[in-house]
Design a protein around this ligand. Structure first.
Ligand code: GDP
Ligand code: MN
Length: 410
């Protein structure tokens, strides 16, 4: 069965890890799209990732921009990092929307309707670029793996193993830290357009497809259950093949407040208790708005660089949704990848503490950097008794994990 567990709980001795005869550095890079004006924020991300990870592994960086990076930008970046950086520019095809005379008006209307970033043409271009072009850029094409970064993101924990190598060894293709629901008003026709592509091309979707068309509280449960089971004996982990977990949740449901191990065990023992909180049966024809939050991604390039995904992007591009609506690259990635990937191809990086803007994923650590128990922050909007969504953001303490062998950067 396919399991998904944490690769190495806690800190490991990186020197020993790197010296292991079986270890192989991967053909991998960091990838960041950024503006010259974001230099300070870029340097803050770099300082962070260098001190928490790259001081040991020295993976190179690819920086992309719609205009040339300044000398200052390149110089300051190079000064800070412990590896090589290349700086690329996007061509016109990669950074554009449409020739339509309706463009300006459409963008303006989205602003009037208060759609997040809807009135910002460059944001639309950025989403289109990350949806369909980043993996085709010549600088990215040289690599098998990438780790997407953004300016001003924060990693809380030292990562003392190589996620590229571990993913490769485990047969994983796409790694995430946060799943959240998309704002419906940004993607009114994305799912319809996706279904049309599937139908027209007779695509046999991967099992990941199910994750995006089941009740989203179940997805939430699934990730929190997996969190809670991290320190559980291996034989339990073995039973939690993603497929089984999802099937059980679909078949039996689960009270969304009830995410204890024993309740999950009950599910595993094929309890036939009807599910009180199960509001609707999953349907292939509904999108629960869930998506992997794509500002963090560790993934193979070839899961995008193939006929099905490229065809999918072209289909979406021709429909005009990148400017008529404000489709984000995150739901596009998630739905597009579910055309080919199975749940077992996905790795949930429970152990990577990560913050982007106001949302974070926060593993809980004991002293000395030993990872003992992991909980997730409230990455979810949850329906309360008044049928409204509570939005929880957990901030503050408990989200640091420094390893003993980690050197502070100067
Ligand atoms: P958010 O995370 O959805 O709020 O969007 P961001 O503003 O962080 O943009 C996502 C990524 O695209 C970040 O890495 C930005 O630096 C980058 N980005 C966004 N807009 C532009 C742009 O106009 N030019 C360039 N070069 N990068 C951009
Ligand atoms: Mn961002």
């Amino acid at each position: 069965t396919a399991t998904d567990s944490i690769f190495y709980p806690g800190c490991i001795d990186t020197q020993q890890y790197l010296g292991d005869a079986n270890y192989m550095g991967q053909n991998a890079t960091f990838l960041m799209l950024a503006r010259n004006s974001e230099l300070t924020e870029v340097l803050s991300t770099l300082e962070n990732i260098e001190s928490h990870f790259n001081q040991w592994f020295h993976y190179p960086y690819v920086f992309l921009n719609d205009e040339p990076f300044t000398e200052e930008f390149q110089h300051k970046v190079q000064q800070l990092i412990s590896s090589e950086a290349s700086f690329g520019i996007l061509n016109e095809e990669q950074w554009t929307l449409t020739d339509s005379s309706d463009l300006d008006e459409n963008i303006q209307v989205q602003g009037d309707r208060d759609i997040l970033y809807g009135d910002n043409p460059s944001y639309h271009k950025m989403c289109r670029f990350y949806s369909g072009w980043f993996y085709r850029h010549e600088l990215v094409q040289q690599y098998e793996w990438y780790w997407r970064l953004e300016p001003a993101v924060e990693f809380y924990c030292d990562l003392t193993y190589d996620p590229f190598f571990e993913m490769s060894k485990a047969g994983k293709k796409y790694g995430f830290t946060v799943i959240i629901p998309e704002l419906q008003e940004t993607i009114p026709s994305l799912f319809r357009s996706t279904l049309a592509y599937i139908r027209e091309n007779q695509i046999k979707v991967g099992s990941l497809w199910k994750l995006f068309s089941m009740d989203h509280h179940l997805v939430s449960n699934l990730t929190s259950i997996l969190d809670k089971l991290i320190n559980y004996p291996d034989d339990i982990m073995d039973k939690i093949s993603d497929e089984i977990a999802i099937e059980h949740l679909l078949d039996h449901g689960l009270d969304h407040k009830d995410t204890t191990i024993s309740s999950f065990k009950k599910l595993l023992s094929r309890s036939t208790t009807p599910a009180p909180m199960m509001t609707r049966k999953y349907s292939d024809l509904q999108y629960n708005l869930c998506h992997f939050w794509s500002n963090f991604e560790i993934a193979r390039v070839d899961i995008f660089d193939n006929e099905i995904y490229r065809g999918y992007f072209n289909h979406l591009d021709q429909s005009g949704g990148f400017w008529k609506e404000r489709w984000g690259d995150a739901p596009v990635h998630s739905l597009g990848l579910s055309l080919t990937l199975n749940v077992s191809d996905i790795h949930y990086f429970r152990d990577i503490g990560y913050k982007h803007s106001t949302l974070q994923h926060c593993p809980k650590n004991a002293q000395g950097g030993e990872l003992t128990y992991i909980t997730t922050s409230n990455r979810w909007e949850r329906k309360n008794e008044q049928n409204q969504y509570d939005k929880g953001i957990k901030t503050g303490s408990g989200c640091r994990c420094k390893c003993p062998n980690s050197a502070e950067l100067e």
